[in-house]
Design a protein around this ligand. Structure first.
Ligand SMILES: Nc1ncnc2c1ncn2[C@@H]1O[C@H](COP(=O)(O)OP(=O)(O)OP(=O)(O)O)[C@@H](O)[C@H]1O
Ligand SMILES: [Mg+2]
Length: 282
């Protein structure tokens, strides 16, 4: 058990961070892969509410890969991926929207509210938050969207009114389509549109790994190198691509951290201990 002085010391260590992030927008991508342990999930929700009460403006953008796969299996649809993106035919799209905007989004909203935060769940269709068009870079992968525009007004209104927005990465298209957009990319675009201080990507690995070792700090040119030399594959590709885009467009720091470690978010924000991989502009 810690004595009173030690406890006070811990709070004081957090003080400079609380001060410098006061009133700042922090966008947190909560990866589907990080949602597996109930303990880590509870800790994540507590951390988000705590960030809010210490004066930050957190926004959560969530993924849901494993849960979408699980539901697809139940419906006997085989998941297919190409370059870390889910190939999305009409049936898959239906499952994606149902699971992301229906199930996972509302579960997070309810959990945050239960801890005393005021959460509101949105998809990219609410007030035209995320406009996308068909992604064609990797050939035809169906209803996968490339984000064209973020309309941030609704997010600003919610943040200013003290709410914690929880965003499901489903976008609308100009011709009435629905698009499945990668949650990392959605988080990064939202971070840029809101001029966020930080973008934090919570996933199921400690960060970017090379030859079995964690890379703690990455510069922009190193990121580009890793993307080209094949070190990074699958779901890590969109993370690094969107990290580059976020930094190039004014977000101060991007962090990739392991969301399956309880309270990793607090460690990242309130301490000097470098957790995970930090991508910097220099
Ligand atoms: N060099 C690398 N370092 C670390 N992880 C890597 C690397 N290359 C590929 N990966 C893979 O990227 C995965 C993380 O991306 P993934 O899309 O699976 O999860 P997520 O984005 O957190 O969840 P979701 O897509 O459901 O939102 C890791 O589990 C790992 O298998
Ligand atoms: Mg992913």
């Amino acid at each position: 058990m810690k004595n009173a002085i030690e406890r006070a010391q811990i709070l004081l260590e957090a003080f400079p961070y609380i001060k410098s992030f006061h009133g700042k927008v922090v966008v947190i991508k909560y990866g589907g892969s990080a949602m597996r342990s109930q303990e880590a999930q509870n800790a994540f929700i507590e951390d988000v509410v705590l960030l809010k009460y210490t004066g930050m403006k957190p926004i959560v953008v969530h993924g849901g890969g494993p849960e979408i796969n699980h539901m697809m299996k139940k419906l006997r649809i085989e998941p297919v991926f190409k370059n870390g993106l889910r190939v999305t035919d009409e049936k898959t799209l239906e499952v994606v929207e149902m699971v992301l905007a229906g199930k996972i989004n509302k579960n997070i909203v309810a959990a945050v509210n239960q801890k005393g935060g005021k959460a509101v769940g949105l998809s990219g269709k609410d007030d035209n938050l995320i406009l996308a068009e068909r992604e064609t870079v990797h050939g035809d992968i169906g209803y996968v969207g490339r984000i064209v525009k973020i309309n941030p007004e609704l997010l600003f209104s919610l943040l200013n009114a003290g709410y914690i927005p929880i965003v499901a990465p489903v976008a609308f298209g100009l011709n009435g389509e629905t698009f499945n957009v990668n949650a990392d990319t959605a988080a990064a675009e939202i971070a840029v549109a809101l001029n966020a201080e930080k973008l934090i990507l919570l996933t199921d690995v400690d960060g970017v790994m090379k030859d079995g070792k964690l890379i703690s700090v990455l510069t922009m040119s190193e990121v580009k190198g890793l993307l080209n030399d094949g070190t990074v594959t699958g779901g890590m590709i969109p993370k690094l691509q969107c990290a580059v885009k976020a930094i190039e467009n004014g977000v101060h720091g991007v962090h990739i951290i392991n969301g399956s470690l309880p309270h990793v978010l607090l460690l990242e924000i309130f301490s000097d201990e470098g957790v995970g991989t930090m991508i910097t502009g220099r």
